[in-house]
Design a binder for this molecule. Sequence first.
Ligand code: ZN
Length: 351
Amino acid sequence: MIVNKIFSWQESIWESLLAQPANLPHAMLFIGPAGTGKGLFADQLAARLLCESAQGSQPACGICDGCHLLATDNHPDFRKITLESDVEEEEGAEKSTAKSKKKSAAPAMQIKIDQIRALEDFVFVGSHRQGKRVVVINPADAMNVAATNSLLKILEEPPSSVYFLLVSSNSKRLLPTLRSRCRQMLFGIPNVVVASAWLKAEGVREPEQLLGLAGGAPLKALALKEEGSAAVVDEAIEPLYRPPLEPIALAAHWEALRKKNPGFLLEHLIDAVQKWLYDLTRVRNGSTPRYLPDSQKELLTVAPKISVARLNRCYADLLKIRATARHPLNELLFLEDLAARCAAALSLPRS
Ligand SMILES: [Zn+2]
């Protein structure tokens, strides 16, 4: 959990909620469109409530025992109820690509009554650390009717030290009785200037376009960028799997890709090719790929045919030309040079 991170467009809600922390409502419902950061806000508020040092509207300190327990998923006075998948998510992908983000099981569609019933002991038994206890339910609209009714029963007479933070991007699906039990807070779409500034700081070059696609929701816009760039990387390196390479055709492929995706810079291309070469060398040496864990099979089809010395030379060349990638005199010539180096590295040894 990221501590100390309140998005600029949420600061006023944060300040108004924590103006008098003692008067904070015990059941809060954060509603609004997906991708505006409501869930992270709930996490931040939970952290603030469990922090044993922060005062007033200060965020969680990040260093006290309470913060430490929360950061290591060991806080005994915190529960997070969310959609659980039936099978554990696959782990081990150090660098995730769009492909490796696929999970081995789809997450459950509903929050079930057992998950809420399990809260009863937590809520009514008492605090472990003599402080507040916090329950985050996200997405709250995924609770089925039985789960909602079970929660309503708990909300009838909750102990005063327990806080419920519910998050929903689809609040129409919530039972009216639940909505009326909670203090509702609307997280709207932030002002486009504020959202664009944030996205720029996150490295998005043309934030307005992505914000348009994301309906103005900044986190959704950022996710689109990340998904997009993973797909572009895949497309950029795809021809490398089919040596021998024709440099002019490869350069034209990259040039078209760059035109279609202006945010995909030459340095991103070099980075992608370097990672591919790195993984190819690893696979050639009998290891598993580090950056492209899903592509081991494809890498294995290329690896036995090539010379490691040539790959290493190409990798070192790329480190050198990377410096000029930002301002090449002629982009197409630059791409042709890069393609020629890759073609040489992947050329098949003469028998
Ligand atoms: Zn703290």
